[in-house]
Design a protein around this ligand. Structure first.
Ligand SMILES: [Zn+2]
Length: 230
């Protein structure tokens, strides 16, 4: 785990003064180009972790509900007849959809992936606040990396194949509320990260995390993912 901490070779004392020293070190800490480069690499490496844990959320539901032939891909997860199922549901043919898999179960499976992302964001932020673990903060931002795309698709009116739309279609929840939840998660991951990073370096560090997340997304979805998990 990559720690954004003070130099561990310094003597530690169990005094209030020592705690004050730690805070002062955090504020005055010089973030070198090398450290920023490490943050970029860690943030990039967290993208496949975030993507695959989200997809495993869906996949665990498929297995739990006995869906036919669940498969994990590099950027998605599927079951047999999935596109026909969602197509029938969008056409309002609930009977045809239910003939393939249970509609409510499919809605829950879509929600499981979202839940994993939301929980990852929350726990990652908490872990950084508690332990100063930069990889946890990178993972939180990586888990939020899907939300800008969701927002763009929603604004273009082309979000019908997203998890948010699937939850709305299968469970009858309002799509707009689910998009607002995505906005909230994105704000929490970015603004929340900015606020809890050391004040003197938060701009540079957050920029490094975002650059890393962008590189990781392009690299995983465009190059590495299809090679290792078609
Ligand atoms: Zn998903």
């Amino acid at each position: 785990m990559y720690q954004l901490g003070r130099d561990s070779s310094q003597p530690k004392e169990n005094t209030v003064d020592a705690a004050a020293d730690v805070l002062a070190d955090e504020v005055q800490q010089v973030v070198t180009v090398k450290k920023l480069a490490v943050v970029v690499v860690v943030a990039a490496a967290m993208i496949p972790v975030a993507v695959l844990s989200h997809e495993l959320g869906h996949l665990s539901g498929y297995f739990a509900f006995g869906f036919p032939s669940p498969v994990l891909h590099y950027g998605s997860s599927s079951f047999e007849g999935e596109s026909e199922f969602w197509g029938a549901l969008r056409d309002g043919d609930t009977a045809a959809a239910n003939a393939r898999v249970d509609v409510r179960a499919a809605g829950l499976c879509a929600a499981f992936g979202l839940l994993v992302s939301y929980i990852t964001i929350g726990l990652g932020l908490l872990a950084f606040r508690r332990f100063g673990d930069m990889s946890a903060l990178c993972l939180a931002v990586a888990a939020a990396a899907r939300f800008p795309l969701i927002l763009v698709l929603a604004l273009l009116g082309r979000a019908e194949h997203t998890d948010e739309a699937h939850v709305a279609q299968a469970l009858g929840l309002p799509f707009l509320a689910l998009v607002m939840l995505a906005v909230a998660a994105l704000c929490l991951a970015t603004i929340g990260s900015y606020r809890i990073l050391p004040a003197a370096n938060r701009g540079k560090l957050l920029a490094a995390i975002l650059v890393g997340a962008a590189i990781g997304t392009i690299t995983w979805l465009g190059l590495v993912g299809p090679l290792v998990l078609p």
